[in-house]
Design a protein around this ligand. Structure first.
Ligand SMILES: [Ca+2]
Ligand SMILES: [Ca+2]
Ligand SMILES: [Ca+2]
Length: 221
Protein backbone atom coordinates (compact mmCIF):
# COMPACT_ATOMS: atom_id res chain seq x y z
CA UNK A 1 0.00 0.00 0.00
CA UNK A 2 1.32 3.38 -0.95
CA UNK A 3 0.52 6.17 1.43
CA UNK A 4 1.10 9.85 0.79
CA UNK A 5 0.83 12.51 3.43
CA UNK A 6 -0.05 16.03 2.48
CA UNK A 7 0.70 18.46 5.26
CA UNK A 8 -1.24 21.69 5.33
CA UNK A 9 0.24 24.04 7.84
CA UNK A 10 -2.49 25.81 9.71
CA UNK A 11 -0.31 27.70 12.14
CA UNK A 12 3.19 29.04 11.80
CA UNK A 13 6.48 27.20 12.17
CA UNK A 14 5.00 23.80 11.47
CA UNK A 15 7.36 21.29 9.96
CA UNK A 16 6.67 20.78 6.31
CA UNK A 17 7.97 18.10 4.00
CA UNK A 18 6.08 16.21 1.38
CA UNK A 19 7.29 12.99 -0.06
CA UNK A 20 7.32 13.18 -3.79
CA UNK A 21 6.08 10.66 -6.28
CA UNK A 22 6.76 12.66 -9.40
CA UNK A 23 10.20 11.44 -10.40
CA UNK A 24 9.79 10.02 -13.86
CA UNK A 25 13.15 10.22 -15.51
CA UNK A 26 16.67 10.26 -14.20
CA UNK A 27 19.67 10.66 -16.41
CA UNK A 28 22.63 10.89 -14.14
CA UNK A 29 26.23 10.32 -14.96
CA UNK A 30 27.67 9.69 -11.53
CA UNK A 31 31.18 10.07 -12.93
CA UNK A 32 30.60 13.77 -12.58
CA UNK A 33 30.59 15.64 -9.33
CA UNK A 34 28.53 18.61 -10.46
CA UNK A 35 24.79 18.12 -10.07
CA UNK A 36 21.50 19.95 -10.20
CA UNK A 37 20.95 19.99 -6.47
CA UNK A 38 17.74 21.92 -6.04
CA UNK A 39 15.21 23.89 -8.05
CA UNK A 40 12.40 26.27 -7.23
CA UNK A 41 9.75 26.51 -9.95
CA UNK A 42 7.13 28.46 -8.00
CA UNK A 43 8.85 31.32 -6.21
CA UNK A 44 6.18 33.63 -4.91
CA UNK A 45 7.75 35.20 -1.89
CA UNK A 46 10.84 33.19 -0.96
CA UNK A 47 13.85 34.98 -2.39
CA UNK A 48 14.38 37.62 -5.05
CA UNK A 49 17.14 37.94 -7.60
CA UNK A 50 19.42 40.98 -7.69
CA UNK A 51 16.67 42.86 -9.55
CA UNK A 52 14.10 42.25 -6.83
CA UNK A 53 12.22 39.64 -8.87
CA UNK A 54 10.90 36.42 -7.35
CA UNK A 55 11.99 34.21 -10.21
CA UNK A 56 12.63 30.50 -10.61
CA UNK A 57 16.12 29.31 -9.72
CA UNK A 58 18.37 26.31 -10.14
CA UNK A 59 21.02 25.39 -7.60
CA UNK A 60 24.17 23.74 -8.94
CA UNK A 61 26.43 21.93 -6.49
CA UNK A 62 29.89 20.38 -6.57
CA UNK A 63 29.69 17.28 -4.38
CA UNK A 64 33.22 16.15 -5.20
CA UNK A 65 36.65 16.90 -3.85
CA UNK A 66 38.03 18.65 -6.96
CA UNK A 67 37.26 22.09 -8.33
CA UNK A 68 35.24 21.95 -11.56
CA UNK A 69 35.46 24.42 -14.43
CA UNK A 70 31.85 25.13 -15.41
CA UNK A 71 32.80 27.25 -18.43
CA UNK A 72 30.46 26.41 -21.29
CA UNK A 73 28.52 23.87 -19.32
CA UNK A 74 24.82 24.21 -20.07
CA UNK A 75 21.37 24.22 -18.54
CA UNK A 76 18.12 23.71 -20.41
CA UNK A 77 14.50 22.72 -20.06
CA UNK A 78 14.53 21.00 -23.45
CA UNK A 79 16.40 17.77 -24.14
CA UNK A 80 16.42 18.65 -27.84
CA UNK A 81 18.03 22.01 -27.18
CA UNK A 82 20.50 21.50 -24.34
CA UNK A 83 22.40 24.73 -24.90
CA UNK A 84 19.79 27.25 -23.85
CA UNK A 85 21.97 28.60 -21.05
CA UNK A 86 25.76 28.50 -20.93
CA UNK A 87 27.63 28.97 -17.67
CA UNK A 88 30.13 31.81 -17.44
CA UNK A 89 33.81 31.25 -16.76
CA UNK A 90 33.44 30.01 -13.24
CA UNK A 91 35.32 27.49 -11.15
CA UNK A 92 33.10 25.69 -8.68
CA UNK A 93 35.12 24.46 -5.74
CA UNK A 94 34.29 21.37 -3.67
CA UNK A 95 31.12 21.80 -1.63
CA UNK A 96 30.30 25.07 -3.42
CA UNK A 97 26.98 26.18 -4.91
CA UNK A 98 26.07 28.32 -7.89
CA UNK A 99 22.60 29.74 -8.52
CA UNK A 100 21.19 30.28 -12.01
CA UNK A 101 17.97 32.28 -12.21
CA UNK A 102 15.60 30.54 -14.61
CA UNK A 103 13.78 33.75 -15.47
CA UNK A 104 14.30 34.31 -19.19
CA UNK A 105 15.74 37.70 -18.27
CA UNK A 106 19.17 37.25 -19.85
CA UNK A 107 18.67 40.14 -22.28
CA UNK A 108 17.93 42.71 -19.61
CA UNK A 109 19.67 41.22 -16.60
CA UNK A 110 22.71 39.56 -18.11
CA UNK A 111 23.49 36.03 -19.14
CA UNK A 112 26.01 35.50 -16.33
CA UNK A 113 23.43 33.97 -13.99
CA UNK A 114 20.12 34.48 -15.85
CA UNK A 115 18.98 31.66 -18.12
CA UNK A 116 16.96 31.89 -21.32
CA UNK A 117 14.12 29.81 -19.94
CA UNK A 118 11.81 29.47 -16.96
CA UNK A 119 10.65 26.46 -14.99
CA UNK A 120 6.98 25.56 -15.12
CA UNK A 121 5.34 25.26 -11.72
CA UNK A 122 3.11 22.56 -13.19
CA UNK A 123 6.18 20.47 -13.97
CA UNK A 124 8.65 19.95 -16.78
CA UNK A 125 12.29 18.99 -17.31
CA UNK A 126 15.70 20.38 -16.55
CA UNK A 127 19.10 19.24 -17.81
CA UNK A 128 22.72 19.94 -17.03
CA UNK A 129 25.23 19.15 -19.76
CA UNK A 130 28.94 19.70 -20.25
CA UNK A 131 30.71 21.68 -22.96
CA UNK A 132 30.18 18.78 -25.40
CA UNK A 133 26.48 18.46 -24.52
CA UNK A 134 26.93 15.22 -22.62
CA UNK A 135 24.06 15.15 -20.14
CA UNK A 136 25.50 15.09 -16.63
CA UNK A 137 22.26 15.38 -14.75
CA UNK A 138 18.62 15.79 -15.66
CA UNK A 139 15.15 14.90 -14.55
CA UNK A 140 11.48 15.45 -15.05
CA UNK A 141 9.60 17.01 -12.18
CA UNK A 142 5.92 17.23 -11.37
CA UNK A 143 3.76 20.05 -10.08
CA UNK A 144 5.55 22.16 -7.50
CA UNK A 145 4.27 23.82 -4.35
CA UNK A 146 4.54 27.59 -3.93
CA UNK A 147 7.74 28.68 -2.20
CA UNK A 148 8.92 25.12 -1.75
CA UNK A 149 12.19 23.69 -2.97
CA UNK A 150 12.64 20.48 -4.93
CA UNK A 151 15.89 19.18 -3.62
CA UNK A 152 18.23 16.23 -3.49
CA UNK A 153 18.18 14.64 -0.06
CA UNK A 154 20.76 13.67 1.08
CA UNK A 155 22.45 16.75 -0.27
CA UNK A 156 24.08 16.28 -3.65
CA UNK A 157 23.31 12.59 -4.07
CA UNK A 158 19.74 11.78 -3.03
CA UNK A 159 16.46 11.63 -4.84
CA UNK A 160 14.39 14.77 -5.05
CA UNK A 161 11.83 15.73 -2.43
CA UNK A 162 9.67 18.80 -2.04
CA UNK A 163 10.78 20.55 1.12
CA UNK A 164 11.53 23.93 2.59
CA UNK A 165 14.00 25.61 0.24
CA UNK A 166 17.70 25.96 1.02
CA UNK A 167 18.94 28.56 -1.43
CA UNK A 168 22.63 28.12 -2.20
CA UNK A 169 22.97 25.88 0.83
CA UNK A 170 22.96 22.27 1.97
CA UNK A 171 19.62 20.48 1.45
CA UNK A 172 19.89 18.28 4.50
CA UNK A 173 17.33 19.44 7.02
CA UNK A 174 16.94 16.13 8.75
CA UNK A 175 18.68 17.00 11.99
CA UNK A 176 16.69 20.19 12.50
CA UNK A 177 13.48 18.52 11.41
CA UNK A 178 13.98 15.64 13.81
CA UNK A 179 14.83 18.11 16.54
CA UNK A 180 11.66 20.02 15.78
CA UNK A 181 9.58 16.86 15.76
CA UNK A 182 11.10 15.79 19.03
CA UNK A 183 10.08 19.06 20.65
CA UNK A 184 6.67 18.98 19.02
CA UNK A 185 4.79 16.66 21.31
CA UNK A 186 1.52 15.38 19.89
CA UNK A 187 -1.39 16.11 22.19
CA UNK A 188 -4.06 14.37 20.21
CA UNK A 189 -5.07 13.25 16.75
CA UNK A 190 -8.64 13.87 15.72
CA UNK A 191 -10.67 13.62 12.56
CA UNK A 192 -12.45 16.58 11.02
CA UNK A 193 -15.37 16.14 13.39
CA UNK A 194 -13.07 16.34 16.40
CA UNK A 195 -13.27 12.64 17.21
CA UNK A 196 -10.14 10.88 18.33
CA UNK A 197 -8.85 8.87 15.46
CA UNK A 198 -6.01 6.87 14.04
CA UNK A 199 -4.48 6.92 10.60
CA UNK A 200 -6.10 3.77 9.31
CA UNK A 201 -9.69 4.82 9.82
CA UNK A 202 -9.83 8.34 8.46
CA UNK A 203 -8.79 10.25 5.35
CA UNK A 204 -8.29 13.66 6.91
CA UNK A 205 -6.71 14.01 10.32
CA UNK A 206 -5.78 16.97 12.46
CA UNK A 207 -2.59 16.59 14.48
CA UNK A 208 -2.72 18.90 17.48
CA UNK A 209 0.60 19.56 19.17
CA UNK A 210 1.38 20.78 22.65
CA UNK A 211 2.98 23.94 21.29
CA UNK A 212 -0.26 24.95 19.59
CA UNK A 213 0.68 23.88 16.10
CA UNK A 214 -1.97 22.07 14.11
CA UNK A 215 -1.19 20.03 11.02
CA UNK A 216 -3.88 18.84 8.66
CA UNK A 217 -2.84 15.59 7.02
CA UNK A 218 -4.66 14.22 4.03
CA UNK A 219 -4.00 10.53 3.54
CA UNK A 220 -4.19 9.14 0.04
CA UNK A 221 -4.04 5.39 -0.23
CA1 LIG B 1 14.91 38.23 -13.08
CA1 LIG C 1 10.33 26.07 -19.22
CA1 LIG D 1 19.93 23.84 -1.45
Amino acid sequence: MRVLFFFLVIQVFAFSQISNQNIVLHINNWDTDVVINEIMASNDNYIADEFGEYDDWIEIYNKGSQAIDLSNYHLSDDVDNLGKYSFPNIILGPNEYFIVWADDDEEDQGDYNHATFKLSASGEEVYLSDENFNILDGFTFGAQDVDMGYARVPNGIGNFVIQNPTFSANNDQLSTQLEFKKNQKIQKIVDVLGRHSNQSSSKILLYIYANGTIEKKIIIE
